[in-house]
Design a protein around this ligand. Sequence first.
Ligand code: TNX
Length: 512
Amino acid sequence: MLAALMLPLGTPAAASASAPTDTPTLADVLPAPVEVRPTHERYRLTRQTAIRVQPGSRAVGEQLAQAMRPATGFPLPVVQSPQPGISLLLGAHDDRLGTEGYRFTVTSAGVTIRANTAAGLFHGTQTLLQLLPSEIDAPSVRHRGWTVAGGSIVDYPRFAYRGAMLDEARHFHTPDEIKRYVDEISRFKVNYLHLHLADDQGWRIQIDSWPRLTTVGGAPGTGVDGVGGGYLTKADYADLVRYAAARYVTIVPEIDMPGHVNAAQVAYPELTCDGVAPAPRTDTEVGYSSLCISSETTYRFVEDVIRELAAMTPGPYLHIGGDEAHATSNADYLAFEQRVLPLVAKYGKTAYGWNEIAKSGAASTAVAQYWDTATSNPVVAAAVANGTKVVMSPANKSYLDMKYDQNTPLGLDWAGYIEVDTAYGWDPATRVTGVTEPAVLGVEAPLWSETLRDLDDIEFMAFPRLPAIAELGWSPAATHDWASFSARLGGYGPRWELQGVDFYRSPQITWS
Ligand code: TNX
């Protein structure tokens, strides 16, 4: 029982007046908040601390209590009556905060977080956890003072979309691994998780109208190098959507087309133009497969998939890939997108695709994911002038599967090495000519899995670069500062250690 380990009230540790030296300051938060005003006060958590909620903030309050109970050993009851302690209150009466921002105040009497929405309160609780000593992430009771530095924070995101991506196709990651990644990214106020669910090697999501996609395309041995396999059932997917939503993360499903479809064609040879099944492929070549653009079977298949995916996805976006369609002629590509982009709208979703979709006139209401390494792309700039919104994922900045340097044992290097300063050193609104702030929906950090098998591999490539991309998405451009960012990142190291996250100890960072 945790209770047996708890310090009795009034012991020196609990009553000591001096703040422990490892109490973070309000300026240590990752990603950097909009406004920070420190004071000399501080709040100390005690066994009496309660978490005050309202009906609309109870779930966030329970999550916060669960996050703080193991290390503090305090009961932290979640209550609806006014109490000294931590208050999570809806109704911030501050337009700047929008749907995700929060206001955060610490006095000697307690911590108050106010927001217009539960999402804003959740983000505020992530800030609170970072303002407690790093041992708050310890899995068992630590006898020490739990102090929060005094002052106030006003915070809200620069961009509405702050994403991460996992590639389920090249190596399948289990629902538990995906959930763990949701936990890890939501600490940095990332609010979308894009799942790349089908590619040449495998198909990873149940589609009832085309069952062989998963019985064949998700069979054992369908991962790169013939390792692994597997797929998400509709029940798995629904559970993931719920789990992520409770952390204010929205799932974005991707089915890549008209290229990257070999696994679908192995399962259904009628999706090729000659009706002959291709051989299964577990190598990492790209650009050799294409749906048959002139065949009505193709559009029946695509519409069935889009309809079923839309029905199981509450989020606004449905990603239809569109990259590296080197086996599709330009005319065919345009004909395909002209039919398929509107199908996404027909099922109530906003179409989202890799930046190649910008070639299509039908992309004006779509979101293009910019993965190009160039700082100029006239096709994307023209689409933007025509209304297309952009999520910025330049491969040479934000691709978490690129090696850190020549010694990195995992990952690829086709877009270059990406050390932490490279991941951090760009601005999403000035990176590409003609793609300016109003056109930028946000940023995303994709993690392709050709070389990554398990969660340890994912963590090693994602951390510490994911927080760099998260900060570019959340924090005002005016806060951008390598010295500040790298110091805050170095201070985060002990938290990853306590969380059991296998991060890369970049030599660019002074780790605490
Ligand atoms: C390019 S990025 C791809 C993927 C690979 C990735 C590896 C993009 C839209 N397509 O098929 O997995 O490079 O970094």
